[in-house]
Structure formats: C-alpha cells, structure tokens
Design a protein around this ligand. Structure first.
Ligand SMILES: *Cc1c(COP(=O)(O)O)cnc(C)c1O
Ligand code: SF4
Length: 391
C-alpha cells in the first residue's frame, strides 16, 4: 500500500500517530489514493470534500436505478453530503449496503405515506425560544446548528437540517434560549443537539458550553452527535479537553450498524472516553439495516467494547419520506426480547417510540408481567419460564 504513496505523502503519514496511521485504508480507493494523509485526517478537509453530486458519487459506487432517481429528485432541504471517510465504508457494488442506504437518497424518499409528518414530534410547537425545545419538566433540547457532517436519509429533523443558505450564524443567536434556561430554575439538564453540534468550531462549542455552565441550576450537560461515526477526524485531543473542562458533559452518539465501528471510529471514541466523558449510544431501528436481532446484538456488544453504553433504540419516526426505513413495532419488541437476558444487561438499551404529536419518548418492550393480583405477581423470565413473586 505505502509504495503507492508519493514521497511527500509518505512523509506526511509518518507525522500521524501510529494508531491513526494504521487506519488509512482510503489509500486503496482510486478517487482518494493521492490524498495527503494529513489532509485526510483534517476534519475541515473532510467537510470541504464531501460528496455532494451524482458525478462525484458515481466515482465511488455503482449507482442503482433507485439511487439515480433519488439523486435526480434530491435538492434543497433533503441535501446529500457524504464525507470521504464515510464513502470509503460504502460497498460500491451493493445498493443494500447499510452504510450506503443511510447516505444515498432513493426515489421512495419522495413519496409521502399516510400518517407521515414534517415535524412528527411537534418540536416546533414546544419551542419557547429560537433553537430551544422544552417538553419535559426538568430538561431542554437546544438545537445548536442545522448542519451535519453527513445527512442521514432517515433523519427525524430533516425539516431543519441541510446546507441551505439561511442558517443564522450570529454569535448571539442563542441569547434568547440561554435567557429562557436562566429564568427556568427547574431546568437542570440541557441536551445540545442539532444538526450536529460538533460540526461547529471549537471556540463556538466552548462559548456555548461556557454560557450554559454558568447557569447555577444546570447540573447536567449532554451533546448529541454523529461525528465519531461520520467524521471521526473531528474528535481531536483539543475538542476532548474542551468538553472535559465543562464536566460533567455526557456525549450520546448515533450508531446504527456494526460496520460503523471502524478502527478510526474506535480511536475517536477512545479519545472521548479517555478524557473522562461518559458515552451513550442512540440507534434508530431501520428496515434492512439493523432490524435483525443478531445485527442489533452485535452492534450493542461492540459498543460496550469501545466504552459506549447503549442508551436508546428509537422506533423510526413517521417523518415524511421515510416509509422504506420503518419496521412494524413488533420487530423492535422482538429485538428487545432477544437482548434482555441473552446478553449483558449493559448491552440492552431502552426501545422507545416518540409519541407522535409531542408525547415524548415512551418505552415499549416485551411484557414480563403475566398477571398481577393482590400481593402476587406472576412473571416470566427471558426463557419463558414462569415465576411467582409474593409481596
Ligand atoms: C429526547 C429528548 C430529551 C431528552 O430525553 P431523555 O429521555 O432524558 O434522554 C429532551 N427533550 C426533548 C424534546 C427530547 O426529544
Ligand atoms: S446526524 Fe442526526 S441530525 Fe444530522 S442528519 Fe443524521 S440523524 Fe439528522
């Protein structure tokens, strides 16, 4: 592999940490073989060189008719952007590749099924200030940016996210949200999400964390991101140290398939975990991607190995144009049945449905209580054996 490198690129490679150097598989892909390893490892280079057009995409994968149709129709808010890193994980010959399906639009995205909505969780309705959603008594959701490294085709916030030009980038754009949190002493938990907040510059992230940390009644801060998965180069020692400074900051990472846990992704998660940042995962149940119990079990077990604690599996929200991703609820319940008891309890997240219309996350799962009478519970265990608990 290295004998294909120019002298300059060989030198650049030597400047990288050995553990990072071992992940440079991209050099085997024709489109990227001449890229300087230092550029490849630069998250801004990755963002700048995202695949945005059919022509670029056709150089890394063999497009299927469904994808051709999707690309023809995709525009505006449903924009496509694929980091070079993510593109190297896509199977060029298989349109069913789970990595590819999450990133490449298909024709069915443009048909709206019955019950599908633009804002299924009614976040816009529960917004007391710009960029803020307040649904639960003690915590708020702050939508810090509309941008992401990659745009997931199943995104619940696709009404907001994308590369459209009118994003407000002013440094005071969170003032009203911060004021709202300040004046609500019940808010003890702030979840910073988006878009992907880690797409912002270090200084911007620090600025926001600082402002929120300065509010005495905010105990708990968390960040929802997909950067370690779609743009692992974004997780630098500097960023990890910034997050550490405002501890406790927890980080929830969106993972959907075991193929996403690459050597490079592991390094990003290690950096965060080594900085003492607790990591959780969020997974969207997606048809043909992770709807088989053995795939979901593998994902959860591999997450534990990189010190990420599985937190939620979401039923795919009824957002417009996502019917090809949605499974029956029974599929999710069956997955939970095959996890609990069959593997480490730490590998078992909570399966939730976000109540359409703004109900919040509602846990659903197998029923283990067979009957409940005065002082007596009849229960079944994971093997179906029956036990009676007397109170
Ligand atoms: C998911 C969510 C939260 C956080 O919920 P947890 O169950 O505490 O993780 C807060 N606000 C909104 C609007 C949410 O959608
Ligand atoms: S990273 Fe999250 S917010 Fe961004 S497109 Fe994917 S699901 Fe949507």
């Amino acid at each position: 592999m290295s004998n294909l490198l120019t002298v300059e690129n060989q030198k650049a490679q030597q400047e990288l940490q050995p553990r990072v150097r071992r992940t440079l598989d991209y050099l085997q892909i024709a489109l990227y073989k001449d890229v300087n390893p230092l550029d490849w490892e630069d998250w801004r280079w990755q963002l700048k060189h995202r695949i945005r057009s059919r022509e670029e995409l056709a150089q890394v994968i063999k497009l299927s008719p469904e994808e051709e149709e999707g690309l023809k129709k995709a525009s505006g808010r449903l924009s496509m952007a694929i980091t070079p890193y993510w593109s190297t994980l896509m199977d060029p010959d298989d349109p069913a590749c789970p990595i590819r399906r999450q990133a490449v639009p298909v024709g069915t995205e443009f048909t709206v099924a019955p019950h599908e909505m633009t804002d299924p969780c009614a976040e816009d309705r529960d917004s007391p200030a710009p960029h803020l959603v307040h649904r639960y008594p003690d915590r708020v959701l702050l939508l810090a940016t509309d941008h992401c490294a990659m745009y997931c085709r199943h995104c619940t916030r696709r009404r907001l996210v994308g590369e459209h030009a009118h994003q407000d980038n002013s440094s005071n754009r969170f003032d009203a949200a911060i004021d709202y949190i300040k004046s609500n002493r019940k808010v003890r938990d702030v979840l910073i999400s988006g878009g992907d907040p880690l797409i912002m510059e270090d200084e911007e992230i620090e600025n926001l964390l600082q402002k929120i940390r300065a509010i005495p009644h905010v105990e708990f801060l968390r960040i929802g991101t997909r950067a370690p998965v779609t743009l692992p180069q974004r997780i630098t020692e500097k960023l990890a140290n910034t997050l550490k400074k405002y501890s406790p900051v927890w980080v929830s990472i969106h993972f959907n398939h075991p193929k996403e846990i690459t050597k490079r992704c592991k390094i990003a998660c290690e950096m965060l975990a080594d900085a003492g940042i607790p990591l959780g995962s969020q997974t969207v149940l997606l048809k043909g991607i992770n709807d088989r119990p053995y795939i979901m079990r593998k994902l959860m077990q591999e997450l534990l190995q990189i010190r990420v604690r599985p937190y939620y599996i979401y039923q795919c929200d009824p957002v417009r144009g996502t019917q090809h991703f949605r499974t029956p609820v029974a599929v999710g319940i069956n997955i939970m049945e095959k996890l609990r008891g069959h593997t480490s309890g730490y590998a078992v997240p909570t399966y939730v449905i976000d109540g359409p219309g703004g109900g919040g996350k509602i846990p659903v799962g197998p029923n283990y209580i067979l009957s409940q009478a005065k002082g007596k519970y009849v229960l079944r265990n994971y093997k179906g054996k029956i036990y009676t608990y007397l109170e």
